[in-house]
Design a protein. Sequence first.
Length: 87
Amino acid sequence: MKKLLVVALLIAFAATAAFAADVVTFEAKNGNVTFQHKAHGEKLGCDACHEGTPAKIAIDKKTAHKMCKSCHKAKGVSTSCKTCHKK
Ligand code: HEC
Ligand code: HEC
Ligand code: HEC
């Protein structure tokens, strides 16, 4: 019984991971932002952004800059507007 549950959880986890989008586009009036989700995950590991089992992270206009730019700053990646916003 316990074993079955573990298997079910593993399948559920695999299914979620498989459905994570490779690329996410955030619409912004000053130029849409293409977020290379898969590439970020491969380079940084899921833990860099997700706590525990990766799941939906709510990104909106208020939280996006805090999340995206703070790490870019820390890692020495450009935070100029054009790095993310493309017209
Ligand atoms: C640089 C930060 C970052 C990294 C690293 C990252 N993710 Fe994410 N992940 C996000 C963001 C932001 C979202 C929300 C995207 C959206 O709004 O559609 C997300 C969403 C998801 C979702 C939910 C998808 C949905 O639409 O419900 C899953 C599952 C997920 N990530 C899995 C992973 C896995 C597995 C890894 C490691 C291989 C990973 N993520 C690495 C930032 C990251
Ligand atoms: C935990 C750290 C981290 C977070 C959070 C993060 N990034 Fe990044 N991002 C990086 C790193 C490191 C690179 C450089 C990758 C490389 O050079 O291979 C990068 C590169 C990029 C690039 C390409 C930059 C270039 O010069 O070509 C874009 C665009 C980008 N990120 C968008 C985003 C967006 C949008 C978000 C938020 C949804 C985000 N990133 C969140 C670490 C992060
Ligand atoms: C690291 C990536 C990144 C950088 C650098 C960045 N942005 Fe953003 N920005 C985003 C993301 C992601 C969103 C969220 C869009 C959403 O949730 O729809 C956003 C949203 C916005 C919005 C809201 C757009 C709307 O339609 O309401 C404005 C305005 C904005 N950014 C301006 C800027 C300016 C100005 C700069 C340069 C000083 C900048 N951004 C740099 C990623 C970035």
